[in-house]
Design a binder for this molecule. Structure first.
Ligand code: KG4
Ligand code: ZN
Length: 353
């Protein structure tokens, strides 16, 4: 039997615990999502998130150990997300993990959440070799990394404003779609016509691999303003619809959804391919919640193939936040003897590179 590591993840709005054996066997993977709590507000409310983590953390950990069919004492070690994320949320996981490590007298690994997302891909493809370029695209991050070997990462590019997932969520809200918006935009896009509402492909220029998505969101606001209040007037022309009768036309929602999705996909693909070619990496990892998007997967894989580059992504439940990826990253750290001290603190902006 390989090492058994308990992973704990509370950086954002999922309370998660998982047991991973060795490099690639998920013995349990429990995720208690708070999405419904935050959906009412159209985004994450930090105070509510930490309170909910406090309520859920003990039962979620207990269930993860139970479902793995082990006892706490069978664990080789523990791993916890120490950052980046919401500090109040992170602290719930970090203090619980430290208390457990101390009580059980087991080593604890401090894991960077973004490194966790990389290990989600490595869990699924354990034979994957370094070096590679990774695009981490989620609600909180849009980062391009060059990983030369395990634990050695160089940041090649990042968003200068909104994260890709955040842009999906904000545009979904504008379109009257539920939170989190990514999957809803993807669904709406299926019946849209991408030619109806042309949107820009924001560039930073000067050879930069950074991203910017806030201009795209503004372009969607303008496109909506230009179209939503126009209803045909009897005898021709247009008039402003009265606000009560103002519901977005489902076809307009679909047209904007497909056009927006394609713009984000184009920009993510362009910079990721550029990054891989720049550092001569033959492998690209695609991970984070936005990596669930089928159009992004397909488009990036097709484009990479033209340059002889292979693209890897995890199954959907490993793309979004989970603790299996934290256990896997922690397991690798523990094997390298990288044990966290028991005065470990959470860090809201913990850098990876
Ligand atoms: O990795 P994740 O669960 O949490 C963060 O670390 O942020 O990512 C959640 C984000 C949300 O913004 C959500 O809208 C986006 O991933 N997302 C998607 C899709 N599924 C989830 N974005 C585009 N298309 C999807 N199918
Ligand atoms: Zn994440």
């Amino acid at each position: 039997m390989g090492d058994l590591v308990l992973g704990i993840e509370t950086s954002c709005d999922e309370t998660a615990a998982a047991v991973v054996e060795g490099r690639d066997t998920i013995r349990s993977n429990i995720v208690a999502s708070q999405a419904k709590v935050h959906a009412l507000y159209g985004g994450i409310v930090p105070e509510l998130a930490s309170r909910r983590h406090l309520e859920m953390i003990a039962p979620v950990i207990r269930l993860a150990v139970q479902e793995a069919g082990i006892a706490f004492n069978d664990l080789t070690g523990l791993a916890v997300t120490a950052g980046p994320g919401l500090v109040g949320s992170l602290l719930v996981g970090v203090s619980t993990a430290k208390a457990l490590a101390y009580t059980l007298q087991k080593p604890l690994a401090a894991v960077n959440h973004i490194e966790g997302h990389l290990y989600a891909v490595l869990l699924e493809h354990p034979q994957l070799e370094y070096p590679f370029v990774a695009l981490v695209a989620s609600g909180g991050h849009t980062h391009l990394y060059h990983a030369e070997r395990p634990g050695v990462y160089r940041l090649l590019g990042a968003t200068r404003d909104d994260a890709a997932g955040e842009a999906f969520d904000k545009v979904a809200t504008l379109l009257g779609l539920p939170y989190p918006g990514g999957p809803h935009i993807e669904r709406a896009a299926r019946t849209g016509d991408p030619r109806t509402v042309p949107l820009p492909r924001p560039t930073i220029g000067h050879g930069s691999l950074d991203f910017s998505f806030s201009g795209l969101k503004t372009a969607v606001i303008h496109a909506l303003e230009a179209r939503r209040h126009r209803v045909p007037r009897r005898g021709g022309g247009i008039r402003r619809a009265d606000p009560e009768a103002d519901r977005l036309d489902p076809q307009l929602v679909a047209d904007i959804a497909v056009s927006f999705q394609q713009a984000v996909v184009d920009v993510l693909t362009r910079n990721t391919i550029k990054a891989a070619n720049r550092v001569r990496a033959g492998r690209i990892l695609l991970t984070g919640g936005v990596a669930c998007n089928q159009t992004l997967r397909q488009h990036l894989a097709d484009r990479a193939l033209q340059d002889g580059i292979a693209v890897y992504w995890p199954r959907p439940e490993l793309c979004t936040d989970n603790a299996a990826m934290i256990a896997a990253a922690g397991s690798a750290r523990l094997q390298r003897g990288d044990v966290a001290p028991l005065d470990l603190n959470a860090s809201a902006d913990l850098p990876l590179a």
